[in-house]
Design a protein around this ligand. Structure first.
Ligand SMILES: NC(=O)c1ccc[n+]([C@@H]2O[C@H](COP(=O)([O-])OP(=O)(O)OC[C@H]3O[C@@H](n4cnc5c(N)ncnc54)[C@H](OP(=O)(O)O)[C@@H]3O)[C@@H](O)[C@H]2O)c1
Length: 338
């Protein structure tokens, strides 16, 4: 069986990654339609050696579309609803539906079954949350987690194409001795780190930090889980990283954690201090696995383990996870993996 597929947001960095993931996994595509804003309507984007003309999402009719991957922002949620009402399975990358109790929030390695109960829309979680829960879930299955403290090191491509351009232009401006222009971020991202991702609420916690708290609780089905996040943007082009302290109900050794993660789907342990082996965002870029290393006992708490993880947020944090959701819901066998 093959499917009529649509990608809304096809001209963005996630949309472009969708095209790569679908091709690499040999997703059975019968027909492909690409959509973006009116600004991009009429442009062409190549897939499988064939040019596809980009349609204006606002004008697009979804009749006959089997699967619609949305990565056009939460402001486009009415079109996602429209696509679902016209019979498409919608997998949405924005934050619009993630906490809607009628919309499953799915990371296939963790809760693939939840996706099968969809009512037309499945939500793809926040990118930092996905790469975290892929690692927490196999630990939670072995020893109940009491508390998680996480600091993120989030890549610039997580903010889309405009942010990548801002990083490049600031680097060039510094070489030229010109002032650094900031439009996407509230401070220069070139040669800097910014302890702020998205917006602040009244509680001084950022939107991204609340997403990590709420979405992790929902995906792990631990509504009361204690989780504290500090989300930080770093001048890395691609792949988010996280320093994580996981406290368990009982003492857990680093060797146990290593063994549990070695068997976990979507995870690869890279952890050999003697060989200076630890994962970096460059190692994770363009790959499917979340890489984990620096696994050690918290010196102040024998029930807690510190670890470092890194994963490609355009792939596992966005396009790959969404395609895996569609495969799980539709019963499609993944083809040639990258
Ligand atoms: N980047 C990541 O790592 C990441 C990870 C997880 C989830 N997400 C989510 O994925 C979505 C896309 O992110 P991105 O990073 O790919 O952003 P991006 O590079 O800025 O691309 C945005 C895409 O949305 C389209 N779009 C914007 N406004 C639109 C409108 N009014 N009508 C129709 N299409 C519109 C753009 O079309 P034009 O080119 O025509 O403007 C473009 O195709 C966002 O919801 C984001 O939160 C991103």
């Amino acid at each position: 069986m093959s499917y009529a597929v649509a990608i809304a947001g096809a001209t963005g960095v996630v949309g472009q990654e969708f095209l790569r993931v679908l091709e690499q996994r040999a997703f059975p595509i019968q027909s492909l339609r690409l959509m973006a804003s009116a600004r991009s309507a009429g442009k062409t984007v190549a897939y499988g050696g064939v040019d596809h003309v980009v349609e204006d999402l606002a004008q697009a009719d979804f009749a006959g579309v089997d699967v619609a991957f949305f990565s056009a922002g939460s402001s486009q949620q009415e079109h996602a609803r429209r696509a679902a009402a016209q019979g498409a399975l919608v997998v949405d990358n924005s934050s619009a539906f993630r906490m809607d109790p009628d919309v499953p929030l799915v990371v296939p390695e963790v809760n693939a079954d939840a996706g099968r109960a969809h009512q037309g829309i499945v939500a793809n979680p926040n990118c930092s949350t996905i790469i975290l829960v892929v690692v927490l879930a196999p630990l939670e299955a072995q020893a109940r987690i009491r508390r998680v403290v996480v600091s993120t090191y989030q890549a610039v491509s997580g903010s889309g194409a405009a942010a990548l351009a801002e990083l490049e232009s600031q680097a060039q401006a510094e070489r030229d001795g010109s002032p650094l222009v900031t439009e996407v971020y509230p401070a220069p991202i070139h040669a800097n780190v910014i302890p702020f991702v998205q917006g602040f609420g009244d509680d001084a916690i950022t939107t991204e930090e609340w997403k990590m708290v709420r979405e992790t609780r929902r995906i792990l089905d631990r509504p009361e889980l204690a989780l504290s996040a500090t989300c930080v943007r770093v001048p890395v082009r691609r792949a988010h990283s996280e320093a994580v302290n996981v406290e368990f109900e009982r003492e857990v050794s680093p060797d146990e954690v290593r063994a549990w993660l070695a068997d976990a789907p979507g995870v690869r342990v890279v952890d050999d201090p003697a060989a200076l082996a630890f994962p970096t965002p460059r190692d994770a870029s363009d790959g499917d696995d979340v890489l984990v290393g620096r696994i050690r006992t918290d010196p102040g708490n024998p029930r807690a383990v510190d670890l470092w993880l890194t994963g490609d947020q355009l792939r596992k944090g966005a396009a790959l996870n969404a395609v895996q959701i569609a495969e799980a819901v539709l019963g499609v066998e993944a083809g040639a993996a990258s």
